[in-house]
Write a protein that binds this ligand. Sequence first.
Ligand code: SF4
Length: 374
Amino acid sequence: MSVVKGVNAKESIDKAVAYIGGLKNLVKKGDWVIIKPDLVAEYLPYSGVTTKPEIVEVLTRLSQEAGARRITVAESAGVGSNTRVAFKNAGIDKVAQNLGVELLDLEDDQHIPVKVPNYIANEQLSISKSLLECNFLISIGVLKTHMDAGMTGSIKNIFAAITNKAKRRRHDIDILEEKLVDIVSTRKPDLNIEDGIIGQEGIASGGVGWKKPVNMNLVVVGRDPVAVDATSARIMGYDPCRISHLAWAAERRLGTYKDNEIEIIGERLEDVSRRFVRPYEEMTVDRTKLRIVAENACSGCWTKAMRVAWRDTDERMIENINIYIGPDAFPPVGQKNLILGDCLKGYSDRGTFVPGCPVKRGKVQDAYWKLKLS
Ligand code: SF4
């Protein structure tokens, strides 16, 4: 795989694809190629929220040069957003028009039931027929933190394979990472790209706030979705084995997150990395009576805590609650502590303890409210 940094996005993606052998060696003559950008909402191209049009343009051109018979740029924007407007605002409708390729709102596509091999949460899922049937699927995520999945990347980007109705189910939102792995188990992208030209840090989540763009001027490209996302995680300062959906995807042999198994051509990660503000860190800046101490915590646990605390908008009733997560957290005695996860079992007598690895959101919610109202 490759990591390329540079101020010219077109040159960077061109170079990064060439480093892994070029698209001509991957796309066969006559293939149907689907390019799936991340257009979660109707944002402008350089907001750091959506995939940059230059990246879609270069990949379309390279697919054409490789002899693709049909090229489709496909997306289903987040629930409540309009995909057609998102295509337009992101500048991708112009790219499609100029290069003569089609746009597809995946919400209009047929979805067909597929059994999930080695499933975590869903034995069966209804998946976009086009994504299942195309010969070559290119997933382009954007380098962002995310409050329900830890981060966005190639794997998170494939969430659009299911219908809005399925995305909206409350229970399923609470097990988003589990669902992401199930979806990718049914349709693994053939080429994975992380658009790190401009990303986002902090809360940066589906629909609630994108206000911290981070200019990184880099792209990550590779065949293995887990390796591309793990490398992107490292660039943002995460330990990829603590991004639960990457760990679970690796367990299911969808790829590897181990650095000794990932060969990178291009930049050295230590030269291009920068720690991104975590969603819970940004949230607790505004909520002075709530502290989330996450020390080496997995996203499977901190995202649950984050979502429960986020839904509680009544700051007046929060009485200095401290939430401890992760094997290296150290909850002191004598505080109003919520202690999450089996790795902190040894401290279960120092507050309200929620077992699980990872914890279940419903159990965190019950414990949180009990503690708050006590
Ligand atoms: S309980 Fe398990 S999933 Fe949660 S932080 Fe500890 S090791 Fe990670």
